[in-house]
Design a protein around this ligand. Structure first.
Ligand code: AMP
Length: 658
C-alpha cells in the first residue's frame, strides 16, 4: 500500500480506537495493538514529515516544557455542587424543586472522582485547557490536556468558540500498571487514581503527563457560540456526536426512578473505568436552571449524592501471605464472600503483622470489612462478641511462603521481608536492578525485556543471564536478531565490570552504589568482603550497624552463596580494579559549595571518597575543609564563622594530587 495512504488510515484507525477506548461499553483495541500501530505510524511519519497533520495521534504527545502555569479566566464559572448524604436529602431537593417547577425532569449521572477542567475549541480546533482553580480563574494546563488521547483535537463542527467541562482522571487499570512499574523501579507508589491524575495534570513537563495516560469524561457544555439547546441531554448528545467521551446520563422525572438510578450507579460503579464518589442529580431543562439560579458557590438546580463507604460483617476463613516484588510479606484475609460497593469481596488486606496483633485478628473470627471508594477492601476489626471458640493468635511465617528462605523484620519499619536472593516473587525486580545503569549496566535489558525473560522461563536467577544465547532471545516479542546480539554482547561485557557494580547489583538492603563503592575499595576482592564480620563492616566509615547486619544476613544465606558461586563460574569479575585505596583523606570531611568549574560536585565528592574522606552537604565544627567555587553563599560564610579552612578548586586539586 502507498505509505501516505497507510498514514491516513492509521491516523483514522488510532483516533477511532482512542475515542472508543473511552466509550464505556465498547470493546477497544488492545493496548498492545494500539502501541504497535502507533509505532508504525511514527515510523511512517518520520519518513514522510509532509504527511503529518495536527490531528495525528503522534502529535498529541506534547514535548514542550511548561514554564509556569498562566492564569485562564473562565467565561462561564466552574461551579461546585451541594452534597447530600442520604435518600431523605435527595427527596428534600426534589420536593424543593417541584415547589417551583412541577413535573421537572432530571439527568442522573455518575460523579467522576477526578479533576475538573475546562477545554476550549476555536473554529473546531483544540485551543486551550485549564484547571478549575477557584471556579472563575484556573491554570493553563493546555500542553498536559493535549496529551489526553481520548480528547478530540479537531471537531466536525467548526463553531467559533466551544467550551466543555469534564473530569480528568486516570483509569484504574492504568493506575495499577503504573504503580506496578514504580514498584519494580523501587520508587514511591501513587496513593490512588485521583492523586495520580492531579499530580500528572500539573506536571511541568508534558512528556511525563503523556506517560501517565490520562483520560477525560466530559459532563457539561459551558459555551457554544452559534448553537442553542433546550436540554442538558441534548448538549451531551451533541458533544458525543462531536467525538467527546461523554459521561453516561439517564433522564428521569419520577422520584422513585431517580433514587433507583442512584442506587444502580452505586452498585455498578466497578463497570466504569474511573472511580466515582457519588451521583449527580441535575435539572435537565436549561431554561428551568436559569429560573432556579445559583448560590454564591453552587447551582440551586443540582445536588451530588455521596455514597457512604459500605461496611459488612463476614467470616475470616483464612489468612494467606503474599510476597511482593520487594520481598515484603503481606497478609491477606480470605473471607466468606460478601457484596460490597457493587462487587463480591472475597479478599481484604490485613496490612502487616502489627495490624493483626493490634486488632487481635484470628482465623475463624467474624470481621467487619469496608470498601471506601474503589480502594482494596480493608478489614476494620473483629466482632469480639461473635468469637465462639478459643482461636489461636495469628503470626506471619518465619520462612518465605514462595521460596522458603528465612524472613526478617525491617529494622526501620513494620515490614517483614523474605531474604531469599533467588526468590521467584522478587525475581523481576532483582533482575531489573541487577542490569540497571548503576549496577551491572547491561544495555538493552530493561524491565520489558526482563519481563519476557521471566515469562518465558529463560532466567531464574541473575546468574542465568550469562548463559543466554542469541538463539534464546531473537524470537522474543519485539527482539529480533540484531537486538538479541546486542543484548548478549552487553551481558558478556558486564563480566569485566568493576567490583562495586557487582556488590550494588546483588540488591543487598541498604547497599546502593555509594556503599558498594566504599565496600569494594575497602576490601579489594569479593572474598575479602564476604569474609568480613559485622565489626569489620561497621568499622568502615559510612557503613552503619543496620547496613552491616543486612550485609551479613545476605551473605550468610545459602541462596546468596549459590548465586555468587554461579556468577563466579560465569566469569564475572570479583576484584576491585581501582588502585588500592588511597587513604590520605581518612577522617576528613569536605563540603563543596558554590559553582565549581574544574569538576562537577559529584566528581569532587568521588575524589574525596576515593581517598578515604567523607563528603558532606553542610558545614559544621566537624568539617575539615570547605571547597568553594564561584558565588559561594551561606556555607562559605558559616565556614568563616567557624574558622574552617576554605580551599579554592585549584588548592583542592593540589591536595588530591599531592
Ligand atoms: P465538589 O467539588 O465536591 O463540590 O463536587 C463537584 C465536582 O464534581 C465538580 O467540580 C465536578 O468537577 C465534579 N463532577 C464529576 N462528575 C460530575 C457530573 N456528572 N456532573 C457535575 N459535576 C461532576
Amino acid at each position: 500500500m502507498d505509505e501516505i495512504m497507510e498514514i491516513q488510515q492509521l491516523r483514522q484507525q488510532l483516533n477511532e480506537a482512542a475515542r472508543l477506548y473511552y466509550t464505556l461499553d465498547a470493546p477497544t483495541m488492545p493496548d498492545y495493538e494500539y502501541d504497535r500501530l502507533y509505532r508504525r505510524l511514527q515510523d511512517l511519519e518520520a519518513a514522510h514529515p509532509e504527511a503529518v497533520t495536527p490531528d495525528s495521534p503522534t502529535q498529541r504527545v506534547g514535548d514542550r516544557l511548561l514554564n509556569d502555569f498562566a492564569e485562564v479566566a473562565h467565561p462561564v464559572p466552574l461551579e461546585s455542587l451541594e452534597d447530600v448524604f442520604n435518600e431523605g436529602e435527595v427527596r428534600d431537593f426534589l420536593d424543593r424543586v417541584a415547589g417551583e417547577l412541577p413535573g421537572a425532569r432530571y439527568s442522573v449521572e455518575p460523579k467522576v472522582d477526578g479533576l475538573s477542567v475546562a477545554v476550549e475549541y476555536r473554529d473546531g480546533v483544540f485551543y486551550r485547557g485549564a484547571t478549575r482553580g477557584d471556579g472563575r480563574v484556573g491554570e493553563d494546563v493546555t500542553e498536559n490536556i493535549r496529551t489526553i488521547a481520548a480528547l478530540p483535537k479537531t471537531l466536525p463542527d467548526k463553531l467559533p468558540r466551544l467550551i466543555v467541562r469534564g473530569e480528568v482522571y486516570m483509569a484504574r487499570t492504568v493506575f495499577e500498571e503504573i504503580n506496578a512499574a514504580l514498584e519494580i523501579e523501587g520508587k514511591p507508589l501513587m496513593a490512588n487514581p485521583r492523586n495520580a491524575a492531579a499530580g500528572s495534570l500539573r506536571q511541568k513537563d508534558s512528556r511525563i503527563a503523556a506517560k501517565r495516560r490520562l483520560d477525560i469524561a466530559v459532563f457539561n457544555l459551558q459555551l457554544a457560540e452559534g448553537k442553542t439547546f433546550t436540554t442538558h441531554g441534548e448538549t451531551i448528545d451533541y458533544l458525543a456526536s462531536q467525538g467527546f467521551p461523554v459521561i453516561p446520563h439517564a433522564v428521569l422525572d419520577d422520584d422513585a426512578a431517580i433514587l433507583a438510578e442512584i442506587a444502580r450507579l452505586g452498585e455498578e460503579r466497578m463497570a466504569f473505568p474511573f472511580d466515582i464518589d457519588g451521583a449527580v442529580v441535575k435539572l435537565n431543562d436549561l431554561a428551568d436552571r436559569t429560573i432556579l439560579g445559583s448560590t454564591a458557590k453552587c447551582p440551586r438546580w443540582a445536588v451530588a449524592y455521596k455514597y457512604p463507604p459500605e461496611k459488612k460483617e463476614t467470616l475470616l476463613k483464612d489468612i494467606v501471605v503474599q510476597v511482593g516484588r520487594t520481598g515484603v510479606l503481606t497478609p491477606k484475609a480470605v473471607l466468606a464472600p460478601v457484596r460490597l460497593a457493587g462487587t463480591t469481596v472475597t479478599y481484604a488486606t490485613l496490612h502487616n503483622q502489627d495490624f493483626i496483633t493490634q486488632k487481635d485478628i484470628r482465623i475463624g473470627d467474624t470481621v467487619v470489612v469496608q470498601k471506601a471508594g474503589e480502594i482494596i477492601p480493608e478489614v476494620l476489626g473483629v466482632v469480639k462478641e461473635k468469637r465462639l471458640t478459643d482461636l489461636e493468635p495469628y503470626f506471619l511465617p518465619d520462612t518465605c511462603p514462595v521460596c522458603g528462605a528465612p524472613v526478617s523484620r525491617d529494622e526501620d519499619g513494620a515490614a517483614i521481608r523474605c531474604t531469599g536472593a533467588e526468590c521467584p516473587a522478587q525475581l523481576l525486580r532483582n533482575l531489573t536492578h541487577f542490569a540497571s545503569r548503576n549496577a551491572m549496566d547491561i544495555d538493552g535489558l530493561g524491565p520489558a525485556v526482563m519481563q519476557l525473560l521471566v515469562d518465558n522461563h529463560l532466567v531464574k536467577t541473575a546468574a542465568d543471564l550469562y548463559d543466554l544465547t542469541v538463539d534464546d532471545l531473537k524470537d522474543l516479542d519485539r527482539m529480533g536478531q540484531k537486538s538479541a546480539e546486542n543484548a548478549v554482547n552487553a551481558i558478556a561485557k558486564s563480566r569485566d565490570n568493576d567490583l562495586w557494580r557487582l556488590i550494588n547489583a546483588l540488591g543487598i538492603r541498604q547497599v546502593g552504589d555509594k556503599a558498594a563503592k566504599v565496600l569494594a575499595s575497602h576490601f579489594g576482592t569479593f572474598d575479602a568482603f564476604a569474609a568480613a564480620s559485622e565489626e569489620d563492616l561497621t568499622a568502615i566509615d559510612d557503613i552503619g550497624g543496620i547496613t552491616a547486619r543486612y550485609i551479613r544476613q545476605w551473605l550468610q544465606s545459602p541462596q546468596s552463596q549459590d548465586l555468587v558461586a554461579r556468577l563466579r563460574r560465569a566469569g564475572v569479575n570479583m576484584t576491585c580494579k581501582e588502585e588500592k585505596l588511597d587513604s590520605r583523606f581518612a577522617g576528613m570531611t569536605f563540603v563543596m559549595t558554590g559553582a565549581l568549574t574544574r569538576f562537577t560536585r559529584d566528581q569532587a565528592q568521588d575524589m574525596v571518597t576515593k581517598r578515604g574522606g567523607k563528603a558532606s552537604g553542610s558545614v559544621s565544627k566537624k568539617t575539615t575543609y570547605v571547597v568553594a567555587g564561584e558565588a559561594a553563599g551561606s556555607k562559605l560564610q558559616k565556614a568563616r564563622e567557624l574558622g574552617i579552612p576554605v580551599l579554592t578548586e585549584d588548592e583542592f586539586l593540589a591536595l588530591c594530587e599531592d
